[in-house]
Ligand binder design. Structure first.
Ligand code: F6R
Length: 608
């Protein structure tokens, strides 16, 4: 998991542009960083080291040398520990070729063996380095950089977004894609490639998304795309991207995560402006399915858990939310032509999800998708898909993309209820009104409750165990609230349906253990009050997220976060997660951690 960027232009500003781009890609990986430039004497200059971009720049001055062509890379280690040697770019034996890569070359060991036998010398333990030596082989036998690259690509198995330069042809970047994202940007006098759009957006909004199996040659102001398999030219118009640069920057917030939490009223409104025809299409496929799986990983999986309650309660339809990495083992043998798989993935590039989707496709299942990234792999392999319109999410912890997924799924459940005739028109109208109020409710919570959450975060920040409990649809909120806290504050935490407490987990409760109850005023309220009492009796500190004026729950709680009244029970997962996102954020900040860059995590997990 890494970020790559390449720039070629007519001015000697390549390093500056690549450095700026790397900063916007840092969320993809930040254990080491490097650049490769061809300087004015046509020498390849490599600068790389372990550390975050600013640290490495301070040490090595990544703005130099002056160059018209530069590649950059920020790394999240997969093969080979985070060391200077393993940092990208990687070079060939002669130091003429430089390669940056995001992905995994599955057959690198056999290729490496073959290249070693031919006398190549390797400097790293990475899978990527074989690419530099394969290209070197081609150049040595008189091939052009393009042909040498294509011949190398044809030998690779696995996933890659690659960008390659050579001192022999310093007016070209050759880049290619297979299963790892890569976009190309164009302007009059320059060309770019990058792992995602925000990296190049300050310089151009004309973007071409490269598809799997395609290779592109970039020259200043020019791009040529071909298919790797047969060298056939590909003609694809550049899209004009409407995102502003500000959308991809912090806008005055201390961290991207906080900015993105505050963007939720807007991202929810955007997700309510989806084109009806796509919602209708997905609903029709869901209705036709015999077995319906909701496939996702991490936060997206919790959105699917909430959705399974929505589909059941509104449309009387049973669906199975399944963690992507378990799908094939658990359900692979039961799939068939009547199966519908709705895959939910913010990035649309999560390896586990795509692998499960591929398997289901092979078994003739219908694949549907919900994602935030236009042109992502998921959009290309789905029969029908919805783009949730959350805008780029930079913080590693999913926030606005989660609530947008929920509101998209709620719209589908509502439509499904309608076509299946399970709700009256009055009920549908009432729910729709509720749904369209959600962005305002979220705005209100952000305005009125942030200070209270901050106070609670301060009070409990040093605790070393948190418990999150909910019942019914709020189980999803408990799980997601726990994941947020866990991943950015590194605080061990448990979450499960509150009814499970007495089947084991209650034994961890000690005097003062902070226990967070998600208790909207729905049909589970009476039972959750019972669970609160059980925990209180064992000394737990009770923090409740409940409806304002819920006196009974207030009386049982040490701290409360009040939510507005009259939110439809099926929609509570959206507003009720907001204070828990804020709680995780402020606890991480209290602990002196950087919530945007949790250790060991990356935004988009594109490797097995
Ligand atoms: C947690 C988080 C991850 C992702 C998971 C799936 O905050 O962001 O758990 O939800 O890696 O990613 P997508 O949705 O891109 O498939």
């Amino acid at each position: 998991m890494c970020g790559i960027i390449g720039y070629i232009g007519k001015e000697c500003s390549a390093n500056k542009i690549v450095l700026e781009g790397l900063k916007r890609l840092e969320y993809r990986g930040y254990d080491s960083v490097g650049v490769a430039a061809v300087d004015v004497q046509k020498r390849l200059v490599i600068k790389k080291d372990v550390g975050k971009i600013e640290e490495v720049h301070e040490k090595l001055n990544l703005l130099e040398p002056s160059s018209k062509i530069t590649l950059g890379h920020c790394r999240w280690a997969t093969h080979g520990a985070p060391t200077r040697e393993n940092a990208h770019p990687h070079i060939d034996c002669k130091g003429n070729v430089a390669v940056v890569h995001n992905g995994v070359i599955e057959n690198f060991l056999e290729l490496k063996e073959e290249l070693l036998e031919k006398g190549h010398r390797f400097a790293s333990r990475t899978d990527t380095e074989v690419v530099a030596h394969l290209v070197e082989e081609g150049l040595d036998s008189g091939e052009s950089l393009y042909n040498a690259t294509v011949n190398a690509l044809r030998r690779l198995k696995g996933s890659y977004a690659l960008a390659i330069i050579s001192t022999m042809e310093p007016d070209k970047i050759v880049c290619a894609r297979n299963e790892s994202p890569l976009v190309i940007g164009l302007s009059e006098n320059s060309a770019f490639c990058a792992s995602d759009i925000p990296a190049i957006l300050p310089y151009t909004n004309k973007v071409i998304v490269l598809n799997n199996g395609e290779v592109a040659v970039l020259e200043a102001g020019k791009v040529e795309i071909k298919r790797v398999s047969d060298n056939m030219p590909v003609s694809r118009e550049a899209k004009v991207i409407e995102w502003t640069i500000e959308q991809a920057e912090k806008q005055g917030y201390a961290h991207f995560m906080l900015k993105e939490i505050h963007e939720q009223p807007t991202s929810l409104r955007n997700a309510l402006r989806l084109q009806e025809q796509y919602l209708d299409l997905i609903t029709t496929f869901l209705d036709r399915g015999d077995k319906i799986f909701l496939l996702a990983a991490g936060t997206s999986h919790y959105a699917c858990i909430a959705a399974s309650y929505m589909f059941s309660k509104l449309a009387r339809l049973a669906t199975y939310p399944v963690i992507s990495s378990e799908f094939i083992e658990n359900y692979g043998d039961s799939l068939g032509i009547d199966t519908v798989v709705l895959a939910v993935s913010q990035s649309g590039e999560t390896y586990d999800t795509l692998k499960a989707v591929d398997y289901a496709r092979m078994k003739a299942a219908t694949i549907l998708g919900i994602t935030n990234v236009v042109g992502s792999t998921l959009t290309r392999i789905s029969r029908a898909y919805i783009v949730q319109q959350s805008g780029p999410e930079i913080g590693v912890a999913a926030t606005k993309s989660y609530t947008a997924q929920l509101i998209v799924l709620a719209q589908l459940a509502l439509k499904l209820a309608k076509i299946r005739g399970k709700l009256s028109q009055d009920e549908i109208d009432e729910l729709k009104t509720n749904l369209y109020n959600i962005p305002d409710i979220v705005e209100n919570i952000l305005e009125k409750r942030e200070e209270k959450v901050k106070e609670i975060a301060k009070k409990y920040a040093k605790e070393n165990l948190f418990i999150f409990l909910g019942r019914g649809i709020s189980t999803a909120t408990a799980l997601e609230g726990r994941l947020k806290l866990l991943e950015i504050s590194y605080t061990p935490s448990l979450a499960y349906p509150a009814g499970e407490s007495k089947h084991g987990p209650i034994s961890v409760i000690e005097e003062g253990t902070p226990t967070i109850f998600i208790c909207p005023n729905d049909e589970t309220r009476k039972e959750i009050i019972g669970n609160i009492m059980e925990m209180k009796a064992r000394g737990a500190k009770i923090i409740s997220v409940c409806e304002e004026d819920d006196q009974k729950i207030k009386n049982l709680s040490d701290d409360i976060i009040e939510m507005p009244k009259q939110i439809h029970p099926i929609l509570t997962p959206i507003p009720y997660i907001i204070p828990l996102q804020l709680l995780a954020y402020y606890i991480a900040v209290e602990r002196g951690l950087d919530p945007d860059k949790p250790r060991n995590l990356a935004k988009s997990v594109t490797v097995p």
